[in-house]
Design a protein around this ligand. Structure first.
Ligand code: P6P
Length: 327
């Protein structure tokens, strides 16, 4: 992973040593989380932690363990000014006087953790922003637009442990090599085909969807005899990392729109540590990432746990969905 990222930076913007060290710390945290996930059944930690997170969701023990690992490893990086975690209500300030050049790391330590007790893929999602000036620690100081991200990525704990990252020079996929412990390059220059015949959505929410989303899915389901003139397939992993990894690997479109069931919260998925990092990855791989009405990364944050409508993947398909929203 380091060799690939260094080569890209050396050939373009110049090597950013502080960022490289931070990416290594994140990779270390993900290796440690992978180990705990893979041994979870023997440690009796696949169950609920009897606590709730800021989202009001019952935390799995591994949610809490994964967050603690991230805080311990990434929080110890001397250039990290703040950590923003899905599992923690307040911003975790690591410096009393954050300086220009320091990092803010937004992360979901174990996304999709409801899949843990049924042994399906889960992952860790992260987003990195560099402060442009010294700041005074305050919640609004970390409400930074997704377009300001300098790096993003996720680890996926599936049949193998993968790490997919971007530092602004495209997207590369790595696989953990148990023998060496390294993340070796296995999916260089990941690219999303502009067209697709595969959509991902929780179809049980059909009656809650707004009209543009229902129109789009109805047309997909009508297949070759419908207005789209082609057959569509559907996949839904209930793990954003797994669905996005499939889309980065073979194309597709992922939708978790705001609907009448979650409109009061602004949607389901979180902007700062789910939608923005996945949005950067998808755009860096040639795809598109939209709320239905505009680019996700252009959304001006008003809170570090705010939720947003997410439509991302193959560029041409996202454009079709946006056109229905505009109509
Ligand atoms: P549903 C996991 O809880 C998550 O945040 C995403 O990883 C995933 O895409 C979505 O929620 C699944 O939601 O409604 O299918 O349980």
């Amino acid at each position: 992973m380091t060799q690939t990222t260094l080569r890209q930076q050396f050939q373009t913007t110049g090597v950013d040593t502080d960022l490289m060290i931070l990416m290594e710390d994140i990779a270390t945290a993900c290796r440690m989380i992978a180990d705990r996930v893979r041994h979870g059944a023997f440690a009796g930690v696949l169950g609920a932690a009897e606590t709730e997170n800021v989202q009001g969701e019952t935390q799995k023990e591994l949610d809490v363990i994964s967050d603690e690992i991230f805080q311990e490893i990434v929080g110890a990086n001397p250039n990290v000014a703040a950590l923003v975690s899905e599992e923690v209500d307040d911003v975790n300030w690591r410096k009393v006087a954050p300086q220009a050049g320091d990092f803010v790391v937004y992360y979901d330590p174990l996304d999709g953790s409801s899949n843990l007790d049924v042994n399906l893929s889960v992952g860790t999602i992260f987003s990195i922003v560099r402060l442009g000036a010294a700041i005074t620690p305050a919640p609004e100081a970390v409400q930074i637009k997704g377009t300001d991200q300098i790096a993003a990525g996720y680890a996926i704990y599936g049949p193998s442990t993968g790490l997919v990252i971007t530092t602004g020079h495209g997207v590369d996929g790595f696989t953990h090599h148990p023998g060496s412990g390294e993340f070796l390059l296995t999916q260089p220059e990941m690219s999303i085909p502009s067209e697709t015949q595969e959509f991902a959505i929780n179809a049980s929410r059909y009656d809650l969807w707004d009209a543009p989303v229902r129109q789009y899915i109805d047309e997909c389901l009508r297949g070759a005899n419908g207005p789209r003139g082609k057959k569509f397939n559907m996949r839904w992993c209930a793990s954003m990392v797994a669905d996005v990894h499939r889309i980065l690997t073979r194309g597709g479109v992922f939708l978790y729109p705001k609907d009448s069931g979650n409109a009061g919260q602004g949607g389901k998925l979180r902007l700062m540590y789910e939608a923005n990092p996945m949005g950067m990855l998808v755009e860096q791989a040639g795809g598109a990432s939209s709320t239905g009405y505009g680019r996700i990364m252009e959304v001006a944050p008003t809170g570090h746990h705010q939720r947003v409508s997410v439509i991302l993947g193959s560029r041409d398909e996202v454009a079709v969905i946006e056109s229905y929203h505009k109509d």
